[in-house]
Design a protein around this ligand. Structure first.
Ligand SMILES: NC(=O)c1ccc[n+]([C@@H]2O[C@H](COP(=O)([O-])OP(=O)(O)OC[C@H]3O[C@@H](n4cnc5c(N)ncnc54)[C@H](OP(=O)(O)O)[C@@H]3O)[C@@H](O)[C@H]2O)c1
Length: 259
């Protein structure tokens, strides 16, 4: 029996992707830290959609987290043919506001875990074709964002990693899709501690997690290599490409650099 494994499945975009896949009758493996949320959601989707589902509560910022997730699937005999690297978060403000431990943990969740999970699951994905990898990047992948500097750099990494891997795997039956949401109504802004200006900008422009999840899952099954969600975010990425970097970085800094 085949499963989709999704990190960051407890809330936000990840939870909406869970709902979207469950509605398409896909069996699911949910991974995040919030045990209560995972357990409730797993029971709920099993009852509502008649699919198989299981959950693993784990802090992906801890050492050997990717290996533990992989081993859990092996111990339970779960064959993964869809891997969704969605867990991630930002830290906003001046670069020196955060400690080396805080950056180590964020970089592990945003970059190291997606690479290591992909590396561990590649043999299974190649055995279980057609199979799919979906990596959640961000509109922040397309420019430097002062005030979210390390986060934006981590998402540029996710985008570049996805594109390189998609090309390497193009004849393997394993597709790789990078989805870049712009502002989306989730717990992201709260966890990143973004300031009032960013929250206010979000109130006008944010998409819902459900809309982002539908576009992401459609892109995954269409085997698209890269999408940006929503017209406003596509336009934003185009303007970033077109305009002088100093201008786009000054604008971003005005929104995110809350000191
Ligand atoms: N919202 C936006 O505006 C936006 C825009 C562009 C890209 N994104 C990206 O979208 C993805 C999903 O974020 P979201 O907006 O849905 O935010 P969210 O509501 O805060 O959800 C983040 C998810 O990641 C999980 N997570 C965070 N740290 C974790 C850790 N150390 N170990 C295990 N799981 C962890 C959280 O679960 P637990 O708390 O239960 O661990 C949660 O399920 C992220 O990669 C984010 O960078 C978001």
């Amino acid at each position: 029996m085949k499963y989709a494994l999704i990190t960051g499945a407890s809330k936000g975009i990840g939870k909406a992707i869970v709902e979207e896949l469950a509605a398409r009758k896909i069996n699911l493996l949910l991974v995040a830290r919030s045990e209560d949320l995972l357990q409730t959601l797993t029971m709920d989707i099993q009852a509502r959609f008649g699919i198989k589902a299981d959950w693993l509560a784990i802090d992906l910022a801890q050492d050997h987290a990717a290996g533990k997730v992989f081993q859990w699937t092996k111990d339970n005999g779960y064959a993964v043919n869809i891997l969704i690297n969605n867990a991630g978060y930002g830290l906003s403000g001046q670069f020196e506001k955060y400690s080396t431990d805080e950056y180590t943990q964020m970089m592990q969740v945003n970059m190291t875990v997606p690479v290591l999970l992909t590396n561990l699951f590649i043999p299974d994905l190649k055995r279980n074709t057609p199979s799919y990898i979906l990596n959640i990047a961000s509109s922040a992948a397309y420019q430097a964002v002062p005030g979210l500097t390390v986060y934006a750099a981590s998402k540029a990494f996710v985008l570049s990693f996805s594109r390189g891997l998609a090309f390497e795997l193009r004849k393997s039956g394993v597709s790789v899709t990078a989805v870049s949401p712009g502002g989306t109504d989730t717990d992201f802004a709260n966890r990143a501690q973004v300031g009032a200006k960013a929250v206010k900008a979000g109130e006008k422009l944010n998409m819902t997690a459900e809309a982002v999840a539908k576009l992401a899952v459609d892109a995954l099954f269409a085997k698209k290599t890269e999408i940006i969600t929503g017209f406003v975010n596509k336009l934003g990425a185009f303007l970033v490409w077109l305009l002088p970097k100093k201008l786009t970085e000054t604008t971003a800094s005005g929104i995110y650099n809350n000191g």
